[in-house]
Structure formats: structure tokens, C-alpha cells
Write a protein that binds this ligand. Structure first.
Ligand code: ADP
Ligand code: ZN
Length: 292
């Protein structure tokens, strides 16, 4: 049996076909323009592929409440052409197969919990640090939804005393995304993160903000593993700094076997950057079981 997967992003749409075992058979990338231009291209890709179901991991915020009239719609995104767009319904109507739907970061979390480094765990988080910051949460073996879905990337964070930067988030200024996403690094330091690898003060401050948020996620959610992905985390030197700062910030309050082996607790993704598309595929597989 074959399944379709769509990782819907603000700049590109990654489409794939794969199997129940998590094997990707083929994959293409289509630029994200307006729904009128992009959606027919996506439909054309999926429609003759004989897929049993489609899964979508989508940029957010999105409506995940199955009882809501706007379930499967994209909500208040700054990408205006997509605001209010019924992405899930478009595929349901046109493909007439079950469609699974969740946020892109919940998708990546699901990819890692199905086939990657969070396999067998009940509770874990996946954080992506790129153009924005997103946090996917697995809690009690399920992707966490509530009145909507967690928006941990916008956790409010006080600026560190030596950081005069005002923060880039239009809603909060100082939230994790406003202080630590790629565009915030670029605006604060006047250069792209990719060119700042040698500047240790950049990554020391970045690690401080990431550790601050992660410490709070640990205290609230008690994750058994924390996975950090996205473009900014290509700066591998962040990992040991984040681990050390998390330990300091926890102040010895929690003593667990996971924290004792913190190198295996705070880790990078394990699926060669396919965690998002594989997670989307699993959303499709689950939708077929539940016949959404
Ligand atoms: P997106 O979040 O748009 O899906 P990415 O995860 O690649 O894409 O994030 C892009 C952001 O990450 C940009 O702001 C970019 O400057 C930053 N970035 C990408 N690669 C690196 C790197 N190696 N080091 C530091 N910053 C990076
Ligand atoms: Zn914010």
C-alpha cells in the first residue's frame, strides 16, 4: 500500500510517496506561491499515484479541532494568500481519500516517534529553529492538541541583561522566535547566521535563549527526549552549550536518568532531514485507520 505525504512550508511544498514501512519511493519540491497557483500542481502530483491516504504537516497556525467548521484550514498566518485556506478540504474533495492533518512540527515529532530517535517514548518534544521557531509535542503517546495546538516557539522570554536587541516577533517582541530564530540572529548581529560560525558570542547568547525555553518545556511537559532541528541547529557547537545551560538553569532540581545522560537527552534529528515528510506520511496512515 502506498501513502502520500505533503510537508507544506512557507517557501516550498515537499511532496512524497512512500510505504507503510517508512520508505520514501519518490519526492518532489514545488515552490509555495498562492493557493490558486500551487494547489493544482500538488493535486496533479498526487492524483495518479494510487495512494490509500494523504498526510499533511502544515505551517501554522492551523485548525485541528475535528468538531470545528474550519477544521483543516490554515488560520492567522502572515502569509496572507493562505490565511483561512481550506488545504485539507481541497485534497479531500479532489482525491476522495482520507487526509491526515497536523502542524509541520507535530509532523516532525511524529516522524521521530515512529521511525526515529523518539521511538518507544510517550512524551517528547521536537523544536525547529529556522525562519521561525516551532515546537511539536508528543504527550502520553499522542501529538498534543488542545484548544488549538501548542505554540511553544512563542514562549515569552526575558531579554538577557547584555542583549539590547528588541526582538523580532510582531506579536511579542521578546519570545523565543523573536529572540532566537534565524531572522532575529541576522538582525541583531547584522549578518546571516551562516556567516557567523566563528563568533562565539553569537552562539553563547543563542544557546542561552534556547536553554531558557527548553528548561521551561522540561518543567511543564517532562519530556523523555528533546530533539532540536532546523537550519540554525546546523551550528553544531550549540548542542553542548545548550545542554550545559539547561543543567545550570534546572539548578539540580530534577534528578533523572535522562538528565544524567544529557548527550542522549537533548539531541539532533535522526532521520536525515526526512522527519517532516515521514511524519506527514504517518499522519496519512493514521487517517486511513480512523477514516477521517
Ligand atoms: P525554514 O525554517 O524556512 O524551513 P531553515 O530551517 O533552513 O528553513 O531555516 C532558515 C533560517 O535558518 C534562516 O534564517 C537561515 O539564516 C538560518 N540558517 C540556515 N542554515 C544555517 C546555518 N548553517 N547556520 C546558521 N543559521 C542558519
Ligand atoms: Zn512571538
Amino acid at each position: 500500500m502506498r501513502f502520500g505525504a505533503l510537508e507544506a512550508g512557507g517557501t516550498k511544498m515537499v511532496c512524497a510517496i512512500g510505504t507503510e514501512e517508512g520508505k520514501i519511493l519518490e519526492q518532489v519540491s514545488i515552490p509555495t506561491e498562492t493557493p490558486e497557483i500551487t494547489m493544482p500542481k500538488l493535486l496533479e502530483y498526487f492524483q495518479d499515484k494510487e495512494i490509500a491516504a494523504l498526510g499533511i504537516g502544515c505551517f501554522g497556525p492551523v485548525d485541528l479541532d475535528l468538531k470545528s467548521e474550519t477544521y483543516g484550514h490554515i488560520l492567522m498566518t502572515p502569509k496572507l494568500a493562505w490565511r483561512g485556506y481550506d488545504i485539507c478540504g481541497y485534497f479531500r474533495r479532489n482525491l476522495k481519500i482520507p487526509v491526515g492533518f497536523d502542524t509541520d512540527v507535530n509532523g516532525s515529532m511524529l516522524g521521530e516517534s515512529t521511525w526515529g530517535c523518539a521511538r518507544g517514548l510517550d512524551t517528547a518534544i521536537y523544536i525547529t529553529v529556522g525562519t521561525g521557531v516551532g515546537v511539536g509535542v508528543l504527550a502520553g503517546g499522542k501529538l498534543l492538541h488542545g484548544m488549538q495546538h501548542p505554540e511553544g516557539g512563542h514562549m515569552l522570554i526575558p531579554a538577557r541583561g547584555d542583549d539590547a536587541y528588541q526582538g523580532k516577533c510582531p506579536s511579542h517582541g521578546h519570545c523565543l522566535e523573536g529572540l532566537a530564530a534565524g531572522p532575529a540572529i541576522e538582525e541583531r548581529w547584522g549578518a546571516k547566521g551562516t556567516t557567523l560560525a566563528e563568533k562565539s558570542e553569537v552562539w553563547e547568547l543563542e544557546a542561552h535563549y534556547l536553554a531558557y525555553a527548553i528548561t521551561n518545556y522540561i518543567l511543564v511537559l517532562s519530556p523523555q527526549r528533546i530533539i532540536l532541528g532546523g537550519g540554525v541547529m546546523h551550528q553544531q557547537q550549540l548542542f553542548p552549550m545548550v545542554r550545559e545551560k539547561v543543567k545550570q538553569m534546572l539548578g539540580g532540581y530534577l534528578q533523572t536518568k535522562e538528565l544524567e545522560d544529557i548527550d542522549s537527552y537533548i539531541v539532533g534529528p535522526s532521520l536525515n532531514d526526512n522527519q517532516g515528510i515521514l511524519g506527514a506520511m504517518k499522519l496519512g496512515m493514521d487517517a486511513r485507520k480512523e477514516e477521517y
